[in-house]
Design a protein around this ligand. Structure first.
Ligand SMILES: CC(C)(COP(=O)(O)OP(=O)(O)OC[C@H]1O[C@@H](n2cnc3c(N)ncnc32)[C@H](O)[C@@H]1OP(=O)(O)O)[C@@H](O)C(=O)NCCC(=O)NCCS
Length: 388
């Protein structure tokens, strides 16, 4: 075989190779449809804007997990079950208190999800009933852990959850120590609904891969939190807000963005692997941000955001994604900027757990192939014969 033949053979790729798995169908799901062509997202057949306008996070979670909207009594029972699981135990709180206060909140959340598994004697049981129980436990606990760490970092005592409040209202209550106004509760509720699921995004895929090995729920959700943490995925909301705050004044926005683009840097909160025309969640958040920023006398952030968006459309024809305007919503709600991605996680945990259960109900080990492009005609050389 000639040298050329051997080289060609070593770099030959299977026809289905796609960098970043772009366009590859790696799973079937009944949970959500991400329709890039028509800029549409549906959960179990229902458009997300209908859910954001009319539903609650609890009802949407029921829909994702059970495949249908609940009846009145079912919803009441589900809400109280979820609320009953919010409490943090003294042992878990002790661990949380031992973590470095300077740690990034997503690192803390990732550690705490793993830690919760150590305190669950049934952590390794992956039958349907146990998996559903853990899904409830994790979804209920995310806001508690996030708010407790936030308070500890501010040298304040964590606030015990209030089971009479909705998931969204209780989250804000545990963060700020006071019941939120109805408009703020509704805004967070809409946020939690709009981000709850999104097809086979990177963190959901990570969760499905983990559980496909017959690992456990806590391991799968730990993988998912770690995957969401990256700037190209969940941390884009933090980075977008940092940029908006750094720009500071509307008249500086255009120059700032043009400068970033000239340096070939990415503008956070723009672009999407699937939605090339419009991210339907961004459309919903634009309206919510506009309303809240106006109402709280913070219109400046909206003006800056609008100018950034204008330059991105003019220069790159790249629309904003879910993380851009939702960042301002989280800012108005009072979340510290480096906690933004944990709030995203508090929503997406509903989708992650639903996908984990769906994966297990018809499981096949997820194990793609890699196209080997390295050398293939090398031999072992004794150390004394090596050049370096
Ligand atoms: C989300 C993202 C990773 C999707 O990317 P993708 O489908 O892999 O697309 P690519 O990164 O290959 O981008 C395609 C082109 O658009 C450009 N582009 C994409 N997003 C951009 C952004 N936010 N700012 C500037 N340019 C961007 C790329 O530089 C690339 O240009 P080129 O062809 O001249 O090299 C990408 O848009 C991005 O990094 N966005 C910023 C991070 C972000 O907001 N993430 C949250 C996603 S919900």
């Amino acid at each position: 075989m000639s040298e050329l033949d051997s080289k060609e053979k070593s770099v030959a790729r299977p026809a289905q190779f796609s960098k970043g798995l772009e366009g590859v169908i790696a799973s079937e799901t009944r949970l959500s449809l991400v329709d890039g062509e028509n800029s549409r997202l549906i959960y179990r057949g229902i458009p997300i804007h209908e859910l954001a306008d009319n539903s609650t996070f609890e009802e949407t979670v029921f829909l994702l997990w059970d495949g249908r909207l609940p009846g009145g009594a079912e919803l009441k029972a589900f809400k109280s079950k979820l609320a009953s699981q919010r409490k943090i135990t003294p042992a878990i709180l002790k661990v949380l208190k031992s973590l470095p206060v300077k740690a990034h909140p997503m690192g803390v959340l990732r550690t705490m999800v793993s830690m919760l598994g150590l305190f669950d004697k049934d952590a390794d049981r992956i039958d349907l009933e146990n998996m559903k129980r853990k899904a409830i436990h994790l979804t209920a606990m995310f806001p508690t852990v996030i708010a407790a760490f936030c308070r500890l970092r501010q040298k304040k005592s964590p606030i015990a959850p209030n089971p009479r409040l909705s998931h969204a209202a209780n989250f804000l209550y545990m963060m700020n120590g006071k019941r939120p106004e109805p408009e703020m509760e509704k805004a967070l509720d809409a946020y939690l609904i709009l981000l709850a699921d999104h097809g086979l995004n990177a963190s959901t895929f990570a969760a499905r891969v983990t559980v496909s090995t017959q690992s456990d729920m806590y391991s799968a959700i730990t993988s998912a939190v770690g995957t969401l943490k990256g700037d190209l995925h969940g941390s884009a909301n933090q980075r977008a807000m940092e940029m908006i705050l750094k720009i500071g004044e509307p008249e500086k926005a255009e120059g700032y963005v043009r400068d970033l683009l000239a340096q070939k840097k990415k503008v956070m909160g723009f672009g999407h692997r699937v939605y090339k025309k419009e991210d339907p969640r961004a459309t919903a958040f634009r309206a919510i941000a506009q309303r809240l920023l106006e109402r709280t006398g913070q219109k400046k952030w909206m003006e800056i955001s609008n100018r950034i968006e204008k330059v991105m459309l003019e220069e790159k024809k790249i629309p904003c994604n879910v993380d851009f305007f939702s960042a301002s919503v989280l800012y108005v709600l009072g979340f510290p900027v480096d906690f933004f991605t944990t709030v995203f996680a508090a929503s997406r945990v509903a989708g992650w757990t639903a996908h984990v259960i769906e994966q297990l109900t018809d499981n096949r080990l997820i194990r793609p192939a890699a196209s080997y492009i390295g050398e293939n005609d090398q031999h072992y050389l004794p150390i004394e014969k090596r050049q370096s």
